[in-house]
Design a protein around this ligand. Structure first.
Ligand code: PEP
Length: 251
């Protein structure tokens, strides 16, 4: 039985005061023990958030980590070993903003995925197609290729300790959401891709949907059989809204 998961990606948002306010909201949020909840603050706020959420049951992840596991000469980067030592449990790998704006290649993402796992961090691998690719009928080809890059490098067993987030690029931060059926179709194809290699890994894999999820559309999306929760951007910056999304995942 897969546990539902809701993860909040705070992106490059927050000040110390704003984060403190959000933490107060999260600490007062009614939680369902059935739902795994995680937040991904900016690297600058990771330590503040870990301290502020102590005892809350909410896990903290990083939005990015370095291609090598241990600390060293890599200016501007944060090693997954440093994140793990600070108390991080998860890390996003392959978010479309990093693929597209920062230009992270499949090779870089393979390195990040492996380095994170080597330090005990659980990667949340983000995959998804652009609008152009969807309109060209290439959604499953693109998503399948992004997954294959990691599966071929490390084997499907690596996903026994990873999460996959399907995030159509055209739905991220745009207010456009994939319909529950559109999202379910891709999630089912992702699970089927894993099942061709290992039925158990496929059955246990938490598959999150991301792209303009809000309290108003979460229940319908999370009600689909292969959608195990969500990766939430904008709506995770409001504790009440985020709390309502978390509760929708538990119902
Ligand atoms: C995201 O950044 O992962 C995301 C899903 O953003 P939003 O919910 O704002 O579309």
């Amino acid at each position: 039985m897969r546990r539902p998961m809701v993860a909040g990606n705070w992106k490059m948002h927050g000040t110390r005061a704003g984060v403190a306010e959000l933490l107060e909201g999260l600490n007062n949020m009614p939680m369902s023990s059935e739902v795994e909840v995680a937040v991904f603050p900016s690297a600058l706020h990771v330590a503040q958030v870990i301290d502020g959420l102590e005892g809350s049951g909410i896990a903290v992840g990083a939005q990015n980590s370095a291609i090598q596991s241990e600390q060293g000469a890599l200016t501007g980067e944060v090693a997954p070993s440093q994140l793990a030592e600070t108390g991080c449990k998860l890390v996003l790998v392959g978010h479309s903003e990093r693929r597209q704006i920062i230009g992270e290649s499949e090779e870089v993402l393979q390195q990040k995925f492996a380095a994170a796992q080597a330090c005990g961090l659980k990667p949340v691998l983000c995959v998804g197609e652009t609008l152009e690719e969807r309109e060209a009928g290439k959604t499953l080809e693109v998503v399948g290729r992004q997954l294959s890059s990691i599966i071929e490098a490390f084997g499907v067993a690596a996903f026994a300790n990873a999460v996959v987030a399907y995030e159509p690029v055209w739905a991220i931060g745009t207010g456009l959401t994939a319909s529950p059926q559109q999202a379910q179709d891709v999630h089912a194809a992702i699970r089927a891709q894993f099942a061709t290699k290992d039925a158990e890994v496929a059955a246990n894999l938490q598959l999150l949907y991301g792209g303009s999820v809000k309290a108003a559309n979460a229940a319908e999306l999370f009600g689909m059989p292969d959608i195990d929760g969500g990766l939430i951007g904008g709506a995770s910056l409001n504790a009440d809204e985020f709390g309502a999304i978390c509760r929708a995942a538990g119902n």
